[in-house]
Design a protein around this ligand. Structure first.
Ligand SMILES: Nc1ncnc2c1ncn2[C@@H]1O[C@H](COP(=O)(O)OP(=O)(O)O)[C@@H](O)[C@H]1O
Ligand SMILES: CC(C)(COP(=O)(O)O)[C@@H](O)C(=O)NCCC(=O)O
Ligand SMILES: [K+]
Length: 258
């Protein structure tokens, strides 16, 4: 049984996989810097018990983190409760990818996991674009087994919170589809602007990518990605567990050398 942690800026997603690579359970907790290894372990234990899964048989752990302080906490958890040295995802591990960028080491571990999974899903010489709708929205582009770069923009929830936090009178809205872009009150104005603005941003970046590299497979992941993907006029596969699976792929390539 393999334990996978995907530490993002908003959530820590935990995945428990059996040895054949099947995802048995996953859950998310808020990425609070005050979390301790004992708290995260007790969430894990409770949720695993509830699902009749015995985490006693965990024999491997991998961590992808874009929040350095939380990496340490999950490292402590691995040592304290499982006596395992986890594999920490980074660009110096064995990866099936070449990098045509200035500094592969600065690329977020979640993005490394996403591109490794995308690479394993599609044939060698195809082109793929991964969009991850997290705290930030990220685009990552693969040409065959070469990572050629990408882009980063503020995530949808972050844009909503930025409006709310930096103004006196704008409320926090819930992201959802609204039929007209002509709002009739403040909430509708924000809903319309965020909804159609977000779709417009993504479409324009995809259009530019297509202009630069031609046709590609599109893979999307992350909370609000499911709603947005349907609006893009582009064939796509929405894979909510893309990052967890990518971390597992990286674990499998690197486990013997740990
Ligand atoms: N399962 C979900 N269902 C709906 N929305 C989600 C879900 N998970 C995350 N979100 C939304 O996506 C945003 C980014 O969350 P997440 O993908 O966990 O980010 P990160 O990877 O940066 O921690 C959250 O603010 C939340 O609004
Ligand atoms: C771009 C990110 C903030 C996305 O993080 P997330 O939205 O998943 O929390 C993260 O991958 C990161 O901190 N990256 C480092 C810079 C880079 O990827 O180039
Ligand atoms: K993420």
């Amino acid at each position: 049984m393999i334990l996978i942690f995907d530490i993002g800026n908003t959530h820590i997603v935990t995945g428990v996989f059996d040895n054949s690579g099947k995802l048995l359970l996953n859950f998310r907790v808020a990425s609070s810097e005050n979390l301790t290894e004992d708290q995260i372990f007790s969430y894990l234990k409770n949720i695993a018990d509830f699902n009749n899964i015995s985490i006693k048989s965990v024999n491997g752990i991998a961590i992808s983190s874009v929040v350095p302080n939380l990496t340490t906490i999950l490292f402590f958890l691995s040592r304290k409760y499982f006596n395992i040295n986890p594999i920490i995802v980074n660009s110096s591990l064995n990866l099936p990818i070449q990098f045509d960028v200035d500094n592969p080491a600065e690329l977020g571990a979640d993005r490394l996991a996403n591109i490794v999974r995308a690479h394993n899903l599609y044939p060698e010489n195809s082109k793929s674009v991964v969009i991850d709708f997290g705290t930030a929205t990220t685009f990552d582009i693969l040409q065959g087994n070469c990572y050629i770069g990408g882009s980063i923009l503020p995530g949808i929830d972050l844009s909503i919170r930025a409006l709310f936090k930096n103004t006196a009178k704008l409320p926090k809205v819930r992201f959802h589809r609204i039929n007209s872009v002509i709002g009739k009150n403040t909430i509708e104005h924000i809903n319309a602007g965020i909804y159609y603005g977000s779709i417009g941003q993504i479409k324009e970046i995809l259009r530019k990518i297509e202009e630069e590299i031609g046709n590609f497979n599109l893979i999307t992941t992350g909370g609000l990605g499911k709603i947005i993907s349907k609006e893009l006029n582009h064939k796509f596969e929405y894979m909510p567990d893309l990052t967890l699976n990518g971390i597992l792929d990286i674990y499998n390539i690197n486990k013997s050398s740990d």
